[in-house]
Design a protein around this ligand. Structure first.
Ligand SMILES: Nc1nc2c(ncn2[C@@H]2O[C@H](COP(=O)(O)OP(=O)(O)OP(=O)(O)O)[C@@H](O)[C@H]2O)c(=O)[nH]1
Ligand SMILES: [Mg+2]
Length: 305
């Protein structure tokens, strides 16, 4: 567990150090004061935690400080951590397998959010865990998208079902399911083309992929995950709502958290959507995908380990 926390903290370092640069002194041993509360507030805003969450954290620390002027920084950090944990209750997605194989995971989202990379990373992770996985290259829209996933599959020795650019993406999904089924694979991971949530024809294409999979298995795809670029912060909320409406999301993946100091944004995204976060993208390598742990996230934010 400690190893995972360290890996998470390293990947999340930009946000952690941006917060710590302001708060390390506050959370040190000396009692806090009014100005350190202001600094904490500023640190949380800067890291994109948003008004609601920042105010809730500050309100509880201030209340404790009002009662006890000798409140230590460490106690303040513990209070903040407890508030953030409460806000994130239910935010931790736990991957479950469907009764019948394969369990289908569809990755959807806007252009460049990290769907293809995440599909490959997740397939690799599941394989490391002893599961059998097939990838479906359903981005038949963007030139070189099929090649991109194939390159990952070759490098990581993953199984893939692909057609050519311009092929019907739903047909690829249909074939890939059949292949995964006949080989008794545990998982089928469906990579889809990036699309703007405002383009209704492209949103309909997603619905078609879902319909076609349902012909095989009425519950497929069991997991419908929106892949969100974490460095874009709270801007992703509106698009997430649109995807949710047309595809019925079941969860989120937040990527590129290694490249931003605004890693607090995922709290706002969760508050708005109330969809569990399954994994975090913390880099571009196969091993840079971690299950989302509220505990690790909160500890890292408040410098508790
Ligand atoms: N630093 C970092 N880069 C990432 C992460 N996830 C994805 N990327 C990079 O982001 C870029 C886009 O990733 P893709 O996986 O191609 O994104 P996509 O959503 O499939 O893109 P489209 O298919 O074009 O919509 C690539 O350069 C990835 O290496 C991450 O967690 N951290
Ligand atoms: Mg892609």
């Amino acid at each position: 567990m400690f190893g995972l926390f360290k890996k998470f903290k390293d990947g999340f370092a930009k946000t952690v150090s941006a917060i710590a640069a302001k708060t390390a002194a506050i959370f040190g041993q000396k009692p806090i004061d009014a100005s350190s509360l202001e600094t904490l507030e500023e640190a949380l805003y800067t890291a994109d935690f948003g008004v609601e969450t920042t105010e809730e954290i500050l309100a509880e620390i201030k209340a404790a400080y009002k009662k006890d002027k000798a409140l230590h920084g460490q106690q303040a950090a513990q209070i903040g951590a407890a508030v953030l944990k409460r806000v994130l209750a239910g935010a931790e997605g736990v991957l479950t397998e469907a009764a019948a194989k394969p369990t289908v995971i569809a990755m959807i989202g806007v252009n460049g959010s990290g769907k293809t990379t995440t599909s490959a990373k997740l397939a690799w992770k599941l394989k490391e865990d002893g599961k059998t996985v097939t990838l479906a290259a359903c981005d038949t829209f963007r030139a070189a998208a099929v090649e991109q996933l194939k390159a990952w599959a070759t490098r990581l020795e993953l199984e893939i079902v692909a057609s050519h650019t311009g092929a019907d993406s739903a047909a690829v999904a249909f074939d890939a399911w059949q292949a995964a089924k006949s080989r008794e694979r545990d998982y089928l991971i469906v990579d889809t083309a990036g699309r703007l949530h405002t383009k209704s024809n492209l949103m309909q294409e997603l619905a078609k992929i879902r319909r076609v999979l349902q012909k095989h298995d009425a519950s497929a795809p069991q997991h419908r995950w929106l892949v969100v670029d974490g460095s874009l912060g709270s801007n992703s909320i509106e698009q997430a709502k649109a995807f949710h409406q047309s595809f019925g999301l079941t969860g989120l993946i937040v990527t590129k958290l290694d490249g931003t100091s605004r890693g607090g944004a995922l709290v706002g995204i969760y508050r708005q959507l109330k969809l569990p976060i399954y994994f975090l993208g913390l880099g571009e390598q196969a091993e840079d995908l971690q299950p989302f742990s509220v505990d690790n996230y909160v500890k890292a934010v408040f410098g508790l380990e």
